[in-house]
Design a protein. Structure first.
Length: 209
C-alpha cells in the first residue's frame, strides 16, 4: 500500500497533535524511556508517519518544548494585554511551584538527556545563545510588574539552569543542604529581576514559605 499523502492542513493538524502529546509522554517516561513506539502509539500513527515529521525522538522533543513555550506565551498575551501585568508574587510562586514540583518534566531529564536535547537544538539551528534567551526572557518579563530595566539575562539563565540541573543530578549534592541552596538561588534570581519594592515583598514571601 502506498504511503498516505497528507494535505498541508492535515499535516499541520497532525503535527500539532503530536507535539501536544510530548509533555504528557515526558512526564510519564522521561526522555530516556520515551521511545518512538510509545510516541506513535499515543498519537495513533505509524512509525513511517512519525519520521515524515521528525528525524528522531530528540528532535521531536526539541520542537515540542518550543511549541509548548509558544502556547504559554500566547496564553499570557491573551490574559495580560498591554497595560495589564502579573503581580511578582503570583508569577514567582507559580513558576517555582511548576519548576520544582515532583511532576516537573525537568526532574525526568538526566544529564545525558540534556546533552541529547542540546544537540537536537543545535542541529536545527536553535543552539543556546544569549540573544535567543534574551528574546525569550523579554517575552515573559513584559507581562510582570516591578521588573528591572537592565536584567542580566545571561546570569539569570545560568541560575535557572543551576536549579534544574541540581534536581536532575541531586545525587551529587548534600541532601541536607539542598533546600537551603535552592532558597539561596531563588534569592539571587529575585535580586536580579526585580525592583526594590517587589524584591522585598518576594523575599518576605520566600522567608515565610
Amino acid at each position: 500500500m502506498p504511503p498516505r499523502v497528507f494535505t498541508e492542513e492535515e499535516r499541520e493538524k497532525l503535527r500539532e497533535l503530536m507535539l501536544d502529546q510530548a509533555i504528557p509522554l515526558l512526564e510519564e517516561y522521561g526522555l530516556k524511556h520515551m521511545s518512538v513506539d510509545k510516541i506513535t502509539k499515543k498519537v495513533g500513527i505509524g512509525k513511517s508517519t512519525f519520521y515524515n515529521f521528525f528525524s528522531s525522538k530528540e528532535e521531536y522533543v526539541s520542537y515540542a518544548l518550543e511549541h509548548n513555550r509558544k502556547k504559554v506565551f500566547d496564553e499570557l498575551d491573551k490574559k495580560f494585554p498591554p497595560g495589564k501585568k502579573m503581580k511578582p508574587a503570583d508569577v514567582f510562586q507559580m513558576w517555582f511551584t511548576t519548576l520544582l514540583s515532583n511532576n516537573s518534566i525537568y526532574k525526568k531529564f538526566s544529564a545525558e538527556d540534556e546533552r541529547a536535547l542540546y544537540e537536537a537544538d543545535k542541529a536545527r539551528g536553535k543552539n543556546v545563545s544569549l540573544e535567543r534567551e534574551t528574546m525569550i526572557a523579554r517575552k515573559l518579563m513584559v507581562h510582570i510588574e516591578g521588573v528591572k530595566q537592565d536584567v542580566n539575562v545571561g546570569l539569570l539563565a545560568n541560575y535557572i539552569k543551576l536549579i534544574v540541573l541540581a534536581y536532575e543530578n541531586s545525587y551529587m549534592f548534600h541532601e541536607s543542604e539542598m533546600e537551603h541552596m535552592q532558597t539561596e538561588l531563588k534569592l539571587r534570581i529575585i535580586d536580579l529581576i526585580f525592583e526594590e519594592d517587589a524584591k522585598q515583598e518576594l523575599i518576605k514571601m520566600l522567608q515565610n514559605s
